[in-house]
Design a protein around this ligand. Sequence first.
Ligand SMILES: [Zn+2]
Length: 268
Amino acid sequence: MLRATRHGPINGTRLARAILGRPLYTVAVYLVEGLLIDSGPPHTAHQLVAWCRGQHVQQVVNTHHHEDHAGGDGPLQRELGLPVSAPAEAIPILANFPRLEPYRRFALGQPGDVTVRPLGEQVDTAHHCFQVIPTPGHSVDHVCLFEREQGWLFGGDLFIHERARYLRADEDVGTLISSLRRVLALQPRALFCAHAGLVEDPCRAIERKVAYWERLGEQARALREEGLQVRQITHRLLGREGWIDRVSLGHMSKINLVRSLLEYSGHG
Ligand SMILES: [Zn+2]
């Protein structure tokens, strides 16, 4: 399942694994002047290759190694002969991709091993220059691409949602907040997020996201001082865990967010 979007010169397509005609999970990739940013999950790689055939794609960049952002690299390289680049830390992971948990294999697919080129400090197209901005926190290798003249920020999984209530077990809120502040300082005028799509007025949205997490962190610390346990604090502030916690066996959960907020002691 594939849904195309267009924002000026930026083409996007939302890739989805559909079960009984309903999207199970969606992720967006973007194409600007021959540069494809991210390659979606393995399950939708053949659709992406078909979509790319009519689009004059010249190069592919991964924002990070996760299977829903780099899962199409192999087919794009093999079938279209496209050069693929990824952040340096992603390269050994992509070359020997770890076996995913069953729920991720089912929803997204297991990537094959690929050899890709290391990203430099910038990526050039005919008329644009994209700065590579290291933005760890969601994953250690995560980068954003920023086109200064246009104010475009390609955010990968840095933003996702203004009021994110779930965190992966391997994410770190303090590092995420530092990365959000780093891109805020660039004063982007449009944010292209892999999950939220086009975020207009991104500076306000990023400020609100940071403020939401910081407020949640203060509330969590106050409850801990009252003697509540992490599980009780999570329930009080964010309610019950959702289905994703059960399906992911705790890899993606609300308690991960509260635990990371409690560890995060920085206030700017
Ligand atoms: Zn990710």
